[in-house]
Design a protein around this ligand. Structure first.
Ligand code: AMP
Length: 115
């Protein structure tokens, strides 16, 4: 999508600190980290949010995105102590960028419930 910042990161039009990719997703460091490790994992296909996960292709893209999140967590040595995956959705969910993304947060004991 032309004006989507995360599409631009996915296809290299704007720089990001990329930490990994698979055939359908890309992972990069969040600009404003909320934990010692804060990575965003996105499908390369543009989906504005969970509501657009309506086809086999988009379901696969989200599954591959979660797979990449798990793989990056393992590669960064986070699997043993654990981590949190979050998909903020819509206004009340705190979504500010309308390209579906998974936050991978780790490196400290995360509070529950979230604020
Ligand atoms: P959300 O509020 O769930 O939509 O999360 C959007 C996230 O994107 C925030 O944590 C921002 O810090 C992050 N973000 C926005 N622009 C960039 C960027 N150019 N590179 C990396 N992270 C970004």
């Amino acid at each position: 999508m032309t004006d989507c910042i995360f599409c631009k990161i996915a296809d290299g039009r704007i720089p990001a600190n990329i930490v990994g990719r698979n055939d359908a997703a890309v992972a990069f460091r969040d600009l404003n980290p909320q934990a010692p490790t804060h990575v965003l994992v996105i499908p390369t296909m543009h989906l504005s949010g969970m509501a657009e996960m309506t086809t086999d292709e988009s379901e696969r893209a989200v599954a591959r995105t979660l797979r990449l999140a798990r793989d990056i967590a393992a590669e960064l040595g986070l699997a043993e102590n654990g981590y949190r995956l979050v998909i903020n959705t819509g206004r009340d969910g705190g979504q500010s960028v309308f390209h579906l993304h998974v936050h991978l947060l780790a490196g400290r004991r995360l509070a529950w419930p979230p604020g």
